[in-house]
Structure formats: C-alpha cells, structure tokens
Design a binder for this molecule. Structure first.
Ligand SMILES: [Zn+2]
Length: 461
C-alpha cells in the first residue's frame, strides 16, 4: 500500500494524491495550480503517474484547485471512473467548462500577441471546452454522505460532509492488501462551523493516517458576526463616498453566502434598499439553480427557508449579468453598487475589469473574502501594492482594501486541530498550505508522526 503526492505539496493549489492498493490506483482530486505564469507551465507538466493506469478518481469538491486538471487527465488517457457527490458533479461541470473557456481565451490572446511579436511560445490551451465536456462521461456514480461504497474487493470509500462548499466531502478509505488493513482519511478542504447555509464538517472517525489541508493552519478567523458588521460598514462608507464595492469571488464560492448576508442587511435596514448588487458571472444563474436543487446539502434552517418558498438569496436590487456586454456596462456604474465577480484570487475573469475601473478611485472599496495564494493579483493587492499591472496599464491602488477572513470557507487553526484530534491518527500528511503555515501547524500537533510531502514523494502506508 502506497501513497504519493502530485499537487498541493508545500503549496495551496493543484490538489492531487495517489493511492496504490491491491493492484488498483486511486486518485484523490486532480486540481489546477493557480497563481502566476510559472504555474501555467506547472499545469502542463506530466502528472508524475500514467493517467491511463488510474482506475478511479474520488473528487472531494468542485473548486478549481481540486477538479481543474481532470480534463487534462482524460485528454492524456484516463478511462476510469470519477466518483463524487451529486452536487459536486453538477458544480464541477460548471467549473471545468468555465476553466476551459478561460484557457481558450488566453490561448487566443497569446496567439495574437505571438503573431505581432513573431515570438513563438505556447499558444495551445491546456484543454478545450470539448475536453471538459468529455470528462462528464466518466462521472458514472454519485455517492451520498456516510454511505460506504466498495471500489474494489478490499477497497472501500466513504464520503463525509466537509462543510466547505455545497457537496464538499472528506474521504475515508478502508484499504486491505495481503492481509494488512489501513484506514486513511483525506480531509479535502474543511469548512468552519456556524455558517448560515451549510452544515458544520462531520466529526471524523479514528484512523491510521490522515492527509489534511492546512490553508489556515497558523491563524484564527475573526468570528462571523463581526465580519458581517465589517462588511456592512465597508459598504456603507464606500456608498457615502460615492464609490462602488468590488468583491472578488467566484460564483460558487462565497457568492451565495454573501448574497444571504446582503439580503439580511437590507431586511434589517442596515443596508440601503437602493443598493444595486451585481453577480457578474455567466455561471451565476446556473450555479444558484444548482444550489436550489440540492437541499440535502444544506443545514436544517436553510432547508426550512426553501421549503417555505423563501429565497434566502433574493434581493430587491440584485442583477445577474450573464453577457459580456452587460458586464462591460458595469464599468459605467459610478457608485452605489456591490459588484461580485470571479475569479476570487483575481487570476482571471471579469473581476480584473472591475478592478481596472475601481482600484484607482479613492471612493471605491475592494473586499477580499477568500484565500489568496502567493503570486496572485489578489495577494499583491492585499499585501499593499501601490499599483498593479492590468491589461497593459499600471493602475494605481487608491481604493480602500479590506480582507474579511471571517467569511472564509476554510477551517481555522483551532478547528483544524480539533478535527485532527478526533482522528487520533498516529500518522499525518500535511498538504494544501504554504510551507511556513504548515510548519506552524505541525508544531501544534501531538502524538503523531508528521510528514510534509514534496512533489511526487511516495510513502509506504
Ligand atoms: Zn476548496
């Protein structure tokens, strides 16, 4: 029995882990690296294993850094089965199609530039829309939470609610080979308790080994209540100044939860009824529909709201902008608007246009609500850049910049430690974190052997 690591090793993106047991090869996630240009090249590198030899992929959730290299896996020969929850399957479809579309656009842009500069280089997209569509044929079964599935005699998987995004799961593997048995738990990305829409992560069982995320392994989040108040204060103040509020967020990440809080803010009179909210994403409508189709993935209170026919995302001034022309029209909105657009780390997507039109304005505000990996535009702005390069121009950063991590979809250090303690695992593999964060988290763990794998490193279980 072996485990090897092929992404999110000493880094936050590109999750991909391989289990070999009883002659079978099982992949846990196959995510995209996100960040600078060097990461584009990293995505195109060989996987570190032969895709055609993989029997099964277990997908923990639909975020791009967990599912974004699946089209490449299929393109390079994978013909096995992909297993996920029903909500993850639907969301992953949207996410992969969107990623393929962005890559096609970028490739076209590079091709145009290469034509002008007689400068060869990679102009092929990493994968196309057709490649992303092909992946859907391999999602044969979906699984519910807490229901063991036999993958092969001697190999069983159980998906547990990870409370991170709709449909997200931790994966428990029960492995057997030549009379040896091991239990291994992959945390996936873990959410935090007390959210308005999702349930808290399930309490994990005791296992022989864990592979766990450490995104926020070195810090505690601000509580949710004060974070909501801070958001209302930022919006109110930007509107008084006559500006807009830009919230970089992907349609499937914090968007629905933010809509819920904006709705609450208007209902309670803390935000103006005249507030215009733009969810600027071609995926937004489909994504919100998927959310409405999966009441099984919500907590009891939200299920009840839907049952009563009340839409917790409804707002008087809410607009979904699907078309590019509608999105561009937002550039003329002078003030009084909250604009949510992806990508959350500002590595691509429509948010870059909104940043171009608002970052230089002292009356506007930019609010970051999710994780921003090193090397991303979001991270540079958060770290205090005075100007940033966008669409060939240097744009001054004069807008007020806010990071409200109480909205994070990730567990903080205390929650990660509690989760780990419940597993009582004598062996721990830390992934999905920056090296210093991981070190700091590792120093808090007791009674376990901790590994921080490097790319393509392999371990006997
Ligand atoms: Zn995630």
């Amino acid at each position: 029995m072996k485990i090897s690591f092929h992404g999110a090793d000493q880094g936050v993106t590109g999750s991909c882990h391989l289990i070999e047991c009883a002659g079978k090869r099982i992949l846990i996630d196959c995510g995209l690296y996100q960040g600078g240009r060097e990461l584009d090249e990293e995505n195109a590198e060989p996987f570190g294993f032969e895709p055609a030899n993989i029997d099964i992929v277990l997908l923990t959730h639909a975020h791009l850094d967990h599912c974004g290299r699946l089209p490449l896996l299929v393109k390079r020969g994978f013909r096995g089965e992909i297993i996920a929850t029903a909500a993850t399957r639907e969301l992953a479809r949207l996410v992969m199609l969107d990623a393929a579309h962005l890559q096609e656009e970028e490739a076209q842009y590079r091709a145009r530039k290469a034509g002008r500069h007689a400068n060869a280089g990679v102009t092929e997209p990493l994968y196309t829309t057709l490649d992303a569509l092909n992946v859907l044929d391999f999602f044969v079964r979906t699984v519910g939470y807490d229901t063991p599935v036999e993958l092969h005699p001697g190999i069983q998987a159980t998906f547990l609610d990870a409370g991170h995004i709709l449909g997200s799961a931790s994966v428990l593997l029960e492995l057997q080979e030549s009379g040896e048995r091991r239990t291994l738990l992959f945390s996936g990305d873990l959410g935090n308790a007390g959210r308005p829409l999702l349930r808290a992560p399930a309490t994990p069982p005791a296992v022989d080994a864990v592979v766990m995320e450490t995104t926020y392994g070195d810090r505690l989040h601000k509580p949710l209540g004060p974070s909501v108040e801070e958001l209302y204060a930022v919006i109110t103040s930007a509107f008084h100044r006559g500006g807009n509020v830009i919230i970089p967020t992907f349609a499937l990440e914090r968007a629905q939860e933010l809509l819920y809080f904006l709705h609450e803010g208007v209902e309670s009179g803390r935000l103006p009824r005249t507030m215009q909210v733009f969810l600027d994403s071609p995926m937004a409508i489909s994504a919100t529909r998927i959310f409405e189709h999966h009441p099984e993935a919500y907590n009891a209170a939200t299920r009840e709201l839907f049952r009563e026919g009340r839409d917790p995302f409804a707002l008087p001034g809410l607009h979904f902008t699907r078309e590019t022309a509608e999105s561009m029209a937002l550039n003329r909105v002078g003030g009084g608007a909250v604009i949510m657009a992806g990508s959350g780390m500002c590595t691509g997507g429509r948010v870059r246009h909104h940043l171009k039109h608002n970052l230089w304005r002292r009356d506007s505000a930019v609010v970051f609500v999710g994780y921003a990996a090193i090397g991303t535009l979001a991270r540079r702005i958060i770290d205090g850049a005075r100007s940033v390069h966008l669409f060939g121009e240097d744009i001054a950063v004069h807008a007020s910049i806010h990071t409200i991590n109480g909205f994070s979809a990730h567990a903080d250090q205390a929650e990660l430690l509690a989760w780990h303690a419940a597993t009582r695992a004598p062996r721990t593999f830390l992934v999905h974190g920056e090296p210093e964060t991981m070190q700091s988290f590792a120093s808090r763990l007791r009674d376990t052997r901790v590994e921080m794998p490097t790319l393509n490193q392999e371990f006997e279980l």
